[in-house]
Design a binder for this molecule. Structure first.
Ligand code: GDP
Length: 682
């Protein structure tokens, strides 16, 4: 998992204690427009919808006469809505529920198919819960006939999934689903296990202990888990094999470790051209397609952008000649599998760039060697510095600097030296170790020094180092904590062709298998993994570090947004609106006072927040409190602050999960501080 890997898993103290290295002496004030922050803000409406539905009517269907959809006196619009709901519900329920029950549910829930499904599951589960509680009571562990209380919205945050694992098994038997033959898992993802025999007894023991204090709430959890079980659908009827994730990872891709690489740099430095050309030279773009790009870009009057079009896929990106979104592609080097993310350089798209950088292990910083151009990117208003600082703050420690467009300066060594020495001292101040930064001269347009060492005498006379692909290959592979609880922060959500929907994102921790149930925060609900796609291929499992697309069922797509965290139901992520953090203020001229409004950029989330309290100022090197309750914070300061968001965000403590415990603060289009979560309040 990313937060524990060598590359990004650097010491907490390293970040903040070594003030000579980290985040200081950054001289400019980055002028960035806040244009796109809003697009990341996720809505948490309908958060508790499915749990707050009234259930009193659930036995009413006994009294109903058998009804057909066509027989019901409804307006033609409502009739159509009814049919549409029934179609969708049939996809989830198959033939397990009669049409009449579905019609009743749809009408009761006013044509809201998600609610109707919930209602049906709840009705069914209620029956089975009674049966399950009876079974348990016969063990003498749980008193019979506990009232069914659905969890309040608040208690959804406190699900104790240990109990759930037993119920899954009990539920599956009583619900009449196929009983999976897979043995119980021992690896922590026990919610996904199907327990039998002895395992059930153990689970009952656990439940007994837990239930002594909180029987009612446990019952609620049981019911919730029961409720969600039918959503497993047909998919889980084929038994899920327990996998040894470490062995599988070794086997996969011939044992080549996976590396997430983000390409950053000022707009027009040549990032897309460089990477597009690299992909072409590596054989990832066939000649015909490249020819097509050349023709089309010529027609559009942008012939020099042909290679950039390999990565800039949208019409608008091509039209404007700038990368807006984070493009993602896979390629292989001698010893690694690389997921390449081409981040936008334009200042308007910094939030997108942060999203890309948050998911990266290592970075390539592209600078334009041309006279005047390097300076424009490096000085105030340029993105070279801000990008470097952002990736470092987001945990990237290894950096390859590509000094691009060397053809423009006749491959002069002096110019290369000038650029690298200016950058070198800045990168040191930004917190990069000299040994972790390398410099490669290239021409992205001509393809020089990219996959083969250059033969141009002007360059070979003074440069003997590696070419770009060799440099990428020499990045140290990060260690992934695949054994930690599953975490994935959604970077995209879209509708699938089938009944479910898809989310994409990088698995930050743990692993996921088809058929797993996942907990989502927000909206505090569970769903089932119906399919996993890794680099456009359907796979049965994926692990920390993988950029995947998950096809999910059992949850309404409208409840899911970019920024939702999918996690292991056993150990779900916490959501809060108030937390404390240690922040490092960048070179920001405005003093930060209590009540200061900021935008928190966290993984794929951007959320408005305020600095609620200034707790203390810390000594930059020792971390000791120098001043309690300061009136304001100024540039270069290290401080503990309390942040308040309007809506809950799912966070982790930095000490537990590095990637999910770091964030950036921006104000009025400028990055003003980097922070790590030290305490989650509420
Ligand atoms: P990005 O904004 O950093 O992705 O930059 P692009 O890849 O879109 O390139 C911007 C412009 O620089 C395009 O016109 C490219 O053709 C040009 N360019 C990119 N790399 C080189 C290079 O190595 N040499 C020269 N002369 N031009 C380049």
């Amino acid at each position: 998992m990313a937060r524990h890997r060598n590359v990004r898993g650097y010491n907490y103290d390293e970040d903040f204690d070594d003030d000579d290295l980290y985040g200081h002496s950054v001289e400019d004030d980055y002028g960035i427009s806040p244009a796109t922050a809003a697009q990341f803000i996720y809505s948490k409406r309908n958060r508790h919808q499915s749990f707050t539905e009234p259930l009193e009517e659930e036995h009413e269907d006994d009294e109903h006469m058998e009804t057909k959809a066509a027989d019901i006196a409804l307006s033609s619009v409502d009739q159509a809505r009814l049919y549409s709901c029934l179609d969708h519900m049939r996809e989830v329920l198959g033939e397990s529920v009669s049409e009449q029950v579905m019609i009743d549910a749809v009408l009761q829930c006013k044509f809201d198919q998600a609610k109707a499904l919930d209602l049906i599951f709840q009705q069914d589960c209620n029956k089975n819960l009674n049966s399950a509680t009876n079974d348990l009571a016969s063990f003498g562990r749980l008193s019979k006939g506990k009232t069914r209380e659905l969890p309040s919205p608040e208690t959804q945050y406190e699900i104790v999934p240990k109990i759930a694992k037993m119920i899954i098994s009990g539920k599956k038997q009583t619900m009449g689903f196929d009983i999976p033959s897979a043995a119980p898992e021992q690896n922590g993802q026990t919610f996904n296990s199907y327990m039998k025999g002895q395992a059930v007894v153990e689970a009952v023991d656990e439940m007994d202990n837990a239930s002594q204090n909180a029987q009612t709430s446990n019952t609620s959890q049981i019911q919730e888990d029961l409720n969600s079980t039918p959503n497993l659908g047909k998919n889980t009827s084929k038994s899920k094999q327990k996998i040894n994730i470490k062995e599988e990872l070794e086997k996969r891709q011939g044992g080549k470790p996976l590396l997430n690489l983000v390409v950053i740099g000022h707009v027009d430095a040549g990032k897309s051209t460089l990477m597009g050309h690299l992909l072409y030279l590596l054989g990832h773009v066939n000649k015909r397609t490249m020819h097509k790009y050349e023709q089309e870009s010529k027609k559009a009057g942008k012939a020099s952008f042909a290679y950039a079009w390999v990565l800039d896929e949208t019409g608008e990106e091509r039209q404007r000649g700038v990368t807006m979104d984070v493009g993602m592609t896979k390629f292989e080097t001698k010893s690694k599998v690389i997921t390449l993310m081409d981040a936008p350089g334009h200042k308007d798209f910094i939030p997108n760039m942060i999203t890309g950088a948050a998911q990266a292990d290592v970075a390539i910083l592209v600078v334009d060697a041309s006279r005047g151009e390097f300076e424009a990117g490096f000085e105030a208003g340029g993105q070279t510095r801000e990008h470097a600082l952002l990736v470092r703050s987001l945990g990237v420690t290894q950096l390859a600097v590509v000094v691009n467009k060397m053809d423009q300066v006749n491959w002069q060594q002096d110019r290369f030296r000038e650029v690298t020495s200016k950058l070198g001292s800045f990168l040191k101040q930004a917190g990069f170790k000299e040994s972790d930064v390398s410099y490669v001269p290239t021409s992205g347009l001509s393809g020089e020094n990219m996959i083969k060492k250059s033969t141009i005498s002007e360059l070979t006379s003074w440069y003997k180092g590696p070419c770009l692909i060799e440099q990428i290959d020499s990045f140290k592979a990060p260690q992934r904590s695949v054994e930690k609880p599953f975490r994935l922060c959604a970077s995209d959500v879209f509708k699938d062709q089938g009944s479910g929907f898809c989310v994409t994102g990088k698995i930050e921790a743990g692993f996921v298998q088809v058929g797993d149930r996942l907990f989502t925060m927000p909206p505090n609900e569970t769903c089932t993994v119906k399919g996993i796609t890794l680099h456009d291929e359907a796979v049965d499992w994926a692990a920390a570090g993988d950029h995947v697309s998950l096809t999910l069922t059992g949850m309404d797509i409208i409840k899911i947004n970019v920024g939702c965290v999918f996690c292991c139901p056993n150990e779900p992520i916490k959501a809060c609106t108030r937390f404390r953090a240690r922040i490092l203020v960048f070179n920001f001229e405005v003093p930060i006072t209590q009540g200061f409004p900021v935008i928190i950029h966290y993984q794929t989330v951007s959320e408005p927040a305020t600095i609620k309290k200034l707790i203390s100022i810390l000594h930059k090197s020792t971390g000791e409190v120098v001043k309690k309750r300061p009136k304001c914070l100024t540039k270069g300061m290290n401080a503990i602050v309390e942040l308040q968001t309007q809506r809950p965000i799912a966070l982790e403590l930095y000490k537990d999960f590095k990637e999910l415990g770091r964030f950036m603060l921006r104000y009025s289009g400028s990055s003003i501080a980097a922070g790590v979560v030290t305490e989650i309040k509420e």
